[in-house]
Ligand binder design. Sequence first.
Ligand SMILES: [Mg+2]
Length: 277
Amino acid sequence: MNDVKIIVFDLDGTLYDDVVHFRYYADLLKDYVAEDKQEQFEADYNAVLKGQHSLKIGRAYDAKRDLILSHLNGVVQKAYNWNGEEIPTEDVTTFYPEAIPFDLTSIISIGDLWWVPVTIARHYGVTSEEAYACFMQTREHMMTEEFQLNPHEQFREVLQSLHKKYTLVLLTNSPQSDSDVIIEKLGFTSYFQEKFFEAQKPIKTKVRFSNIAEKFDVSYEEILSIGDNYINEIFPAVELGCKTIYIDAHGAGAGDSHTTTVSNLTELSKVLREKLL
Ligand SMILES: [Mg+2]
């Protein structure tokens, strides 16, 4: 990590690790599910959280075929129907001859907890537009006074020290209005030299990193990407040659051998202190 100059942080699940808003999001999505399917929605959601469902963080969802895909950096290895039964290998090869293109609507990377309730809702007939409306409503809720957000204390201290030594950049898929409020609530506003919103990761991750490298006149080797979503923030950065730290809160596993993996913000704080301060 000696040559790192720029540190690019994701926001949700990276600068804070609270999870209460996912329940709020799941409830909004559930309202769009037909009444007779809402109980199944709830049962699936709880099963996923307990690790008792074929839908898992790190997998992907093919909304058109209603299949859950286990993959390595987009190369599909196995496919399961909603009940968890594996479909025949010949079908996997026919359906997915090449690495799958994650597009946020028809092939969804379930890279973090945001995508779990969405995927279940999609399975029960909710459209991607309706899901996006629920997402925006959740973000609005996160801006309100009643939504409390406290920074992880060790992480706050590390971030405060890091910003004096490195250029810190925020790169998030979330909109600016609510992200700014969240960062303000955390007390991190003054730490970031540059913030990029609605980044459309993973589709545009590489373009964003290329813009960052150009803007700050650094090479990819001098950029460290930190995030909790492997497909969005880590894999594209590894391919470019950036340094990476993956917050793997759900044990999904990194798909490469270069990435430093931690399981929570306590571990992340420790690694950052040891390697960068
Ligand atoms: Mg995240």
